[in-house]
Design a protein around this ligand. Structure first.
Ligand SMILES: Cc1cc2nc3c(=O)[nH]c(=O)nc-3n(C[C@H](O)[C@H](O)[C@H](O)COP(=O)(O)OP(=O)(O)OC[C@H]3O[C@@H](n4cnc5c(N)ncnc54)[C@H](O)[C@@H]3O)c2cc1C
Length: 292
């Protein structure tokens, strides 16, 4: 569609945004960085008569320490996330994802909230946030609700967000002692290419180095970020060696439901998932052991 066909509105507060959303309901589209939305409108993925910018809403900005973790405002850009001292120090897996996303120019505009709310199956942050047990908060005039990030996604570009709700913030709990997380993804180019397949993993190790808890989340190989249900039973009690890594890779490959498209065949994607699972687990283990 031609963008000038849509009426542009700007909100400075959550209440104003809600009032504007109330006028046009599900038909109105929220605009954060616009790096997904404007492409979708220009390429006619869908049309809208009303675009509501939430960019001036100060309450949606900033990264701050919260009780037991860190709070990331939905409007935090990917570059702000990557530059944050607290993220660099305590959540390096988020940097794994932020550094490989898109290009520096896109990362200056693209927001964390948009990366999640868009529910694009190959988005880079949701799988990492899922293995770190992050939650998302949805604000509406009737109150806020918080849910685990993996429960937010329904399918490709489909979420549980109601049309009167705004994704306001993401909460990432502090990582326990002897824990680490990592993200491994494969794209066809170094920049400006979305992932063909990706895997995030997190581990909590026991004092003897064996796995206590494990989470693995797959991206770009199903309609939504997908936790590997067998990760915990496959890895708990074992040290990470060839045998346990192979079993984890097999569980991840069995969980994947990849499609074939211009970026790769379903078989290729499934093979990638095996390799990326081993890679993410080994990196998570190094971080859990204290390696920077
Ligand atoms: C060239 C190019 C390369 C890219 N490469 C990557 C990549 O490598 N990895 C990757 O993950 N993504 C990539 N993207 C996609 C995009 O940049 C990211 O997903 C980005 O984080 C989207 O954020 P945004 O603020 O621009 O969202 P917008 O485009 O503003 O919004 C996206 C959707 O989310 C909704 N929305 C936004 N914020 C909120 C909110 N707070 N509450 C409720 N709904 C909201 C909007 O209504 C819209 O439907 C790329 C895009 C381009 C153009």
């Amino acid at each position: 569609m031609i963008l000038s066909e849509a009426e542009f509105h700007e909100a400075s507060t959550l209440e104003q945004a809600s009032e504007l959303m109330g006028c046009w309901g599900a038909q109105a589209q929220l605009l954060a960085g616009g790096t997904n939305l404007l492409v979708d409108l220009k390429t006619d993925r869908f049309r809208t008569g009303h675009v509501i910018s939430i960019n001036r809403i100060a309450a949606l900005r900033g990264i701050s320490a919260a009780d037991g973790g860190v709070r990331i405002g939905a409007l935090t850009t990917i570059n702000q996330l990557a530059a944050s001292a607290v993220i660099r120090e305590r959540f390096p897996a988020l940097l794994d994802a932020a550094r490989v996303m898109a290009s520096p120019q896109i990362r200056n505009l693209a927001t964390v909230g948009g990366n999640i709310a868009g529910a694009v199956p190959c988005a880079d942050l949701p799988p990492v946030l899922a293995v770190m047990c992050a939650s998302v908060s949805l604000w509406s005039p009737s109150g806020s609700r918080t849910l685990p990030i993996e429960a937010f996604f329904v399918g490709p570009r489909e979420t549980v967000r109601r049309s009167d709700e705004i994704l306001s913030e993401i909460f990432v709990p502090d990582a326990p002692a002897r824990s680490g997380a990592a993200y491994a993804r494969f794209g066809l180019r170094q920049a400006n290419s979305v992932s063909v397949a990706a895997v995030a993993a997190s581990l909590i190790l026991k004092a003897d180095g064996a796995v206590d808890k494990a989470r693995i989340c797959l991206s770009a190989v199903a309609g939504k970020p997908t936790l590997v249900a067998d990760a915990q039973s496959t890895l708990a009690g074992n040290v990470l060696d060839k045998s346990s890594l192979d079993r984890a890779a097999e569980a991840a490959m069995a969980t994947a439901q990849p499609i074939s498209d211009v970026r790769g065949s379903a078989n290729y994607r499934r093979e990638l998932i095996g390799t990326l699972t081993r890679r993410a687990l080994l990196m998570a283990q190094k971080r859990a052991a204290g390696e920077k």
